[in-house]
Design a protein around this ligand. Structure first.
Ligand code: GAL
Length: 454
């Protein structure tokens, strides 16, 4: 392809760089009734009151969205496989489900897209949940067996595997903040025990996958948020921001780095040597910056609160809590903080909830520039996946928060590209031409920055 006049030449992005979009089974497939998120919805726990319904109708028609992805010029797509479909009851395997995933992966390959498959993206089969979810002592063996089935069935079509999506979000929202199922609050010790079991499950799957597929590329997706003290000069807030950064951003990762047990189990002599070194890459999901501060009127969240100053660029707010400041520079901070791994990095998710596409173009262009800088600095960055291709069911926010490059009306299944779709396509095209991503001004439209609710 030719360069446009004025495009500066640089070859920061390697030819094999994975430019992709990211999705997850429950959020896009529709018809997943056999996992704990379906039960959560039935209990009326989706804040918007929405139902996932057909979601983006991928179980029947994923290929139509793959066509749209292809038009963007992406060469990779991240999806997850749904454990509750593949093993609907403990020890029972559904060959049809695995076949449907085979079709999807083949469809991606036919369209020139490299599939990145996540084995667990927040959803548990109901039978596992009934056993206590990731507190069940045999969860690691069960996950290893499930991973073995998946990789045996799909391994000829995929070598890029993500064991767990955001174990830190799963435990924090499920066992500390009560926002995700099983809806527990302030259970510090359960946070640690679930994290421990997730680590053991990850390590077991890592080894099993390599046994089946020696050239596999296996890692996990780490959610990273930038934390700043809410009041710079207030010691307790500074301490809190550091504490949350260590515990939220690094608890899981530290165990993989050096085999320590998650906090506070490490303080009682526990360690996990079998977990050390079990990753071929570090996957990072990065979205936002948040201010952490103490607030004595917030007992529900253990007297701490995450807020966003109203003048900062922000996408749409969640129903009860702000989503976070859109802060593309944080991408570099995120990547830098996992430098000690000395492993390739993939940005497995990055995006912004922005129904009207006010700031998404800026987020995309700025993120591309941050990556370009990192590549020039010699960082081994291998790919970037935008969250998400189309709007999809955003967990307990339902259809309230919209992340799609393509707008979706879940009732009619109509799709309409947002301007960002073209922006992302241009960024990809220019990176292949060796041109710089367009300069990114600050977002013009900074209206409607919903102030954080107190
Ligand atoms: C991530 C999660 C995705 C998606 C995204 C947007 O934490 O992995 O499933 O919900 O956030 O908020």
């Amino acid at each position: 392809m030719d360069k446009e006049p004025g495009e500066k030449s640089n070859h920061a992005f390697p030819a094999q760089f994975a430019w992709g979009v990211a999705t997850s089974s429950h959020q896009v497939e529709g018809g997943n009734l056999n996992n704990q998120w379906a039960a959560w919805e039935q209990q009326g726990r989706i804040k918007s009151g929405d139902a996932v319904g057909l979601a983006c109708d991928w179980w029947r028609h994923a290929e139509l969205d793959f066509d749209l992805a292809q038009q963007l010029g992406v060469n990779a797509l991240r999806l997850s496989v749904e454990w509750s479909r593949i093993e609907p009851a403990e020890g029972q395997w559904n060959a049809d489900a695995l076949n449907r995933y085979r079709q999807m992966l083949l469809a991606l390959q036919e369209r020139g897209m490299r599939p990145f498959v996540t084995l667990h993206h927040f959803t548990n089969p109901l039978w596992l949940e009934a056993k206590g979810g990731w507190l069940a002592p045999d969860a690691p063996q069960l996950f290893e067996r499930y991973s073995q089935r998946v990789v045996s069935a799909l391994g000829d079509l995929c070598t890029d595997w993500t064991t767990f999506n955001e174990p830190n979000v799963y435990v924090s929202l499920g066992y500390f903040l009560g926002e995700f199922p099983p809806g527990r609050r302030g259970r510090f010790m359960q946070v640690a025990r679930v994290t421990r079991n997730l680590l053991l499950s990850h390590a077991a799957a890592y080894r099993k996958i390599h046994e089946l597929q020696p050239d596999a590329n296996v890692g996990w997706a780490q959610h990273y948020a930038v934390f700043k003290p809410q009041r710079k000069k207030f010691g307790p807030d500074r301490w809190l921001a550091r504490f949350v950064n260590r515990r939220f951003n690094h608890n899981f990762a530290d165990s993989i780095l050096d085999g320590r047990a998650p906090f506070p189990l490490n303080k009682f002599g526990d360690s996990l040597p079998e977990v050390k070194g079990t990753c071929d890459y570090v996957g990072i999901n990065y979205y936002s910056r948040l201010r952490a501060g103490f607030n004595w009127r917030s007992p529900k969240t253990a007297f701490f609160q995450l807020t966003v100053p109203p003048h900062k660029p922000q996408g749409d707010s969640g129903i009860e809590v702000p989503y976070g400041e859109a802060y593309p520079k944080g991408l570099r901070k995120a990547v830098k903080s996992f430098k000690a791994f000395e492993k390739p990095i993939y940005i497995l998710e990055n995006g912004v909830p922005d129904r009207d596409d006010r700031i998404r173009p800026w987020v995309i262009q700025s993120s591309a520039q941050q990556m370009q800088r990192m590549l020039r600095d010699g960082v081994d960055l291998r790919g970037y996946f935008h969250w998400s291709l189309t709007d999809n069911f955003e967990w307990n926010e339902g259809w309230h928060l919209r992340f799609g490059l393509i707008e979706l009306d879940p009732a009619t299944q109509e799709r309409k590209a947002r301007p960002s779709a073209q922006v992302y396509a241009d960024v990809i095209r220019k990176s292949r031409n060796g041109a710089s991503p367009s300069s990114s001004r600050r977002p013009l439209n900074e209206r409607a920055h919903t102030p954080a609710r107190e």
